[in-house]
Design a protein around this ligand. Structure first.
Ligand code: ZN
Length: 125
């Protein structure tokens, strides 16, 4: 199962980024961004994350998955454009087909929401 190895990678990335020891902050939420072309199914990743996080400092942290769209570069418009789907690789502005994919394959940890350390929570009120 692809998502399980992805989930393990997310968990180990986050755990390694956290300070160790008694002063380690408690992680409340882990936000990841998954491109629609990454092949990762968000629901499957959420399930796999629960399995991967068990017994780690992230056991109680909730995973939030954001989907990011396909972005292609259009040579005609000389710019990048977001696509609504994943099958029609044409510029939404001028209709020119493009295989120059600039986004949609990413899989990244966007941010963590920590208990007790609002300065690192990024974007939370
Ligand atoms: Zn175009």
């Amino acid at each position: 199962m692809h998502e399980l190895s992805v989930a393990h990678a997310v968990v180990s990335t986050v755990v390694e980024a956290l300070p160790a020891g008694p002063s380690a902050p408690r992680v409340l939420e882990v936000h990841v961004r998954v491109g629609v072309l990454s092949g990762v199914v968000p629901d499957a990743l959420s399930y796999a994350y629960d399995v991967a996080a068990e017994g780690t400092p992230l056991a109680d942290a909730a995973l939030h998955v954001e989907r990011s769209p396909v972005v292609i570069h259009c040579a005609e418009c000389d710019g990048d454009a977001e696509l609504l789907g994943t099958t029609d690789f044409r510029c939404p502005a001028c209709g020119t087909p493009s295989g120059d994919v600039r986004g949609g394959r990413e899989l990244e940890v966007l941010r963590l929401v920590l208990d007790d350390a609002p300065a690192l929570a990024g974007g939370m009120p």
